[in-house]
Structure formats: structure tokens, C-alpha cells
Design a protein around this ligand. Structure first.
Ligand code: HEM
Length: 411
């Protein structure tokens, strides 16, 4: 592999075997200057003028800490600017700057009351135990459908107050929204794909509108009730804010943790000595193992920022309007911070990975919940099915999500 042969905007790049992908980023990190790429083709926008790939840890951290220079408002979750018709469904806090971002995050953080969080902690334990009961009864099967996708889906839907007969509809739509370039979920015809993605947003927004109307009349103990009734200091979400926040939460809640779980099982299959280490002291090593899985797999591969003014960072001069793409996947393998970064090591300490984003205002709102889901499910599996292994993954073709669609498991 040569530097000239690496194109982060080429769909094929994201289909490369994972060790080749890691090797390509190592080559990019070794360059003096951040590499610049033409923009990828996407279904929903004309390519803009290109972007700098921030592949080093120091750059990703500095950009995240300076949101006044590195703005999220032109779109954090896609490299091309989002067209206006996407804002209605996908314009929530992840794609905002202050003061709008702080206001929204404040209202939402208040809705995540300690009582609500405590309730969901117990629910995660119960749900994980039931899913492992079912797994043992089913026998070898697809780990994604039976465990990895199931737990986050149930937890995020319960948290929102979405009835269980709607779970599959929610999953189908979040799959479409984060389908990337994968033809399994969206058409290869770009116009058609836009319609599918907007249709998925509309379906989730309709679900929210119906639920919000019911909860406004009869509040229950769920997040939607808390959000429709929250009116502290005169602050309340508008219906549009509520809908796009709902979509962000179900998408982020569904499409991330499940991949961390699948990667985790792949890693314990690939590195049996790490499994043995974990099993030798499950309670003592589980927390660090979860962090190492998130570092190593980086389920969210990147977020984007756009420069609000000229700025010099780590020796490079950026201009106002430049796009930068923060590759968490690469920062998490930066040899300047992590020794032997391609080694999966559950005893790594310290492990200051940026898998949930780097420190800054957009740091993952669901990190606590995701860590809980990963810890509880791994504990269940390693206690009750400690010999579980997986076969070849069927990977999602996406530059944004390090996804696994199917993963056969045996035990
Ligand atoms: C392993 C699982 C997860 C990973 C790897 C992950 C990753 C990330 C990353 C990298 C960001 C940073 C965005 C930025 O800086 O621009 C983020 C933000 C966010 N995440 Fe997560 N996430 C995970 C799980 C979750 C879950 C379970 C939820 C919901 C319950 C969630 C909700 C959010 C929200 C709402 C934001 C936006 C926060 C803001 O803009 O202020 N995430 N996540």
C-alpha cells in the first residue's frame, strides 16, 4: 500500500479488510501535514471542495475542544453539507453550535433524571439475562440479530416509551438512515436513496408525534414524557426539536453500541489470550475491557467540523470554511499516545481513547448508557457462555459506522 493509493472518499476503501484499513491510517499519520481528499459522492448532496482528514490524536482533541473555531453547525455527521430538507429530521444537537447546542443539551440532560437512569440500569440487566437465556435455547445463530442489535434496540425504545410492536420498524428505519453506501439498505440510484432516507426520517418523526400527543395527556415514566412535560425556567422543546432529537437518539442508541458488542466478540475470538485474561478476573477487568473494545473498534469512525476562521493547529494553517474530518478510528491508534496500538489489550492503562468523541461540548450523551449495556452483556456472556466464538463478519459498507450486519456465533 502506498500513500498515493489511499483515498478515504472511495467507497472501496471502507470495504478493505480491517488490518489494511488500520495500516492505511498508520501511513496517513506518518505524513507531515494532514492529508487532503476530494469529497465522496453521497446520495443527498453535490460534493463540496474537499476536506482535511485529521488522523492524529492531537488534532482530533484540539478540534473538539475548540467548537468556536471547529463548528458542527454545517453538519457533523456527513462530509458534504446537509441539504436543508434534511434539517427537519437530522438537524439535532449533534449538528449545532452554541447557543442552540447548550440550550438543547441542557433541556435534554435534565430529562435524564437520576431516577430514570437508575430504572434503566436495572432494565439493562434484566434484558441482557433474558437475551442470553434465549441464545442458549436457540443455539448457534446470528449474534447481531439475537444479541448485539437486540439489547440496544430494546433499551432505547423502552427509554423513549416506544411500544414493543414498533421495535422492528424503528430498527429498519435507523438502519436506512445510517446505511452509508451499503446497497443492502438503500438503492444505488442516488435520487431513490435520498427518498428512502427522508422517508425513514419521516416515519420516525410520525412515530414521535403520535407518542408525544399521548404522553402530553398522560405522562408515563419515560423520556418522551419528561421532554414533552419539561418546562423548567420556561424552557421547552418545540415539536420540531423534539422530533429531530428523538431521531438522533434512536439512531445513535441503535447503530453504535451493537457494533461495539459484535467487535468485542470478534476480538475475544481473535485473541483467546485476552479472553483468558478477562475470565481470570472478570469483575476486575471488565471495565477496562469495555474501554479497549471501544478504542479498538471505534464504532463511530468520524465526525466533521468546519472552520469558522483562519486557524493554525499543530503546524498547519487552516482557512475559514475548510472542512476537517476527525477520524476517531485513527486517533485511537495514534502511536504517539497508545503503545503498540494495533494490539488488543484489555489491561491497557491509561486508555484515553476518543471513541465517544474527544473532550468538548459534543461528547457522547449516551456514553454512560453504552458502557452499561456493554458491561452487562459481556458479563452475562462471559459468565454463562464463556466459550462463545464467532465466524466471519458481514461488514457494513460505510465510512461513518464501523458496522457489522451479521456475525455467526457458535458455542
Ligand atoms: C459504543 C457506543 C457509542 C459510540 C461509539 C458513540 C459515539 C459518539 C461520538 C463519537 C459522538 C461525538 C459527536 C461529536 O463530537 O461531534 C457522540 C455523540 C452523541 N451520542 Fe453517542 N455513541 C455511542 C452510544 C450512544 C448512545 C447509546 C446514545 C443514546 C442513548 C448516544 C447518543 C449520542 C448523542 C445524542 C450525541 C450528540 C451529543 C451532542 O452533540 O451534544 N450515543 N457519540
Amino acid at each position: 500500500m502506498t500513500i498515493a493509493g489511499i483515498d478515504l472518499s472511495a467507497t472501496e476503501f471502507w470495504g478493505l479488510p480491517l488490518p489494511d484499513r488500520a495500516a492505511a491510517f498508520a501511513l496517513l499519520r506518518a505524513q507531515q501535514q494532514p492529508p487532503f481528499f476530494a469529497e465522496p459522492e453521497t446520495p443527498f448532496a453535490e460534493p463540496g471542495s474537499g476536506y482535511y482528514a485529521l488522523v492524529r490524536y492531537a488534532d482530533v482533541v484540539e478540534a473538539s475542544k475548540h467548537p468556536e473555531v471547529f463548528s458542527s453547525a454545517k453538519g457533523a455527521t456527513s462530509i458534504p453539507d446537509l441539504p436543508v430538507e434534511f434539517n427537519e429530521y437530522f438537524g439535532s444537537m449533534i449538528n449545532m453550535d452554541d447557543p442552540r447546542h447548550t440550550r438543547l443539551r441542557r433541556i435534554v440532560s435534565r430529562a435524564f433524571s437520576p431516577r430514570l437512569i437508575a430504572k434503566f440500569q436495572d432494565d439493562v440487566q434484566r434484558a441482557a439475562a433474558e437475551m442470553v437465556d434465549d441464545l442458549l435455547a436457540t443455539g448457534p445463530c446470528d449474534f447481531v440479530a439475537n444479541i448485539a442489535a437486540k439489547l440496544p434496540l430494546k433499551i432505547i425504545c423502552d427509554m423513549m416509551g416506544i411500544p414493543d410492536d414498533q421495535y422492528q420498524m424503528v430498527l429498519a428505519n435507523t438502519n436506512i438512515i445510517l446505511s452509508g453506501a451499503d446497497p443492502e439498505f438503500v438503492s444505488e440510484d442516488l435520487d431513490q436513496a435520498v427518498l428512502q432516507i427522508l422517508g425513514a426520517g419521516q416515519a420516525l418523526a410520525d412515530l414521535l408525534t403520535g407518542l408525544a400527543a399521548v404522553r402530553a395527556e398522560a405522562p408515563a415514566e419515560d423520556l418522551i414524557s419528561a421532554l414533552v412535560t419539561a418546562n423548567i425556567d420556561g424552557e421547552q422543546l418545540t415539536t420540531a426539536e423534539l422530533a429531530s432529537f428523538f431521531i438522533l437518539l434512536v439512531v445513535a442508541g441503535n447503530e453504535t453500541t451493537r457494533n461495539a458488542l459484535s467487535h468485542g466478540l470478534m476480538l475475544f475470538t481473535q485473541y483467546p489470550e485476552q479472553r483468558a485474561l478477562l475470565l481470570a478476573d472478570l469483575e476486575g477487568r471488565l471495565e477496562a475491557a469495555v474501554e479497549e473494545i471501544v478504542r479498538y473498534s471505534s464504532p463511530v469512525l468520524f465526525m466533521r467540523r468546519t472552520l469558522t476562521r483562519d486557524y493554525t493547529m499543530n503546524g498547519h494553517n487552516y482557512r475559514e470554511g475548510d472542512k476537517t474530518v476527525l477520524f476517531y478510528y485513527s486517533a485511537n491508534r495514534d502511536e504517539a499516545v497508545f503503545s503498540d496500538p494495533d494490539r488488543f489489550d484489555i489491561t491497557r492503562s491509561p486508555n484515553p481513547h476518543v471513541g465517544f468523541g474527544a473532550p468538548g461540548p459534543h461528547y457522547c450523551l449516551g456514553a454512560h448508557l453504552a458502557r452499561r449495556e456493554l458491561t452487562v452483556m459481556l458479563r452475562e456472556l462471559m459468565t454463562r457462555v464463556p466459550g462463545i466464538t464467532v465466524g466471519e463478519p458481514d461488514r457494513l459498507l460505510s465510512s461513518f459506522i464501523n458496522g457489522i450486519k451479521r456475525l455467526p456465533c457458535q458455542f
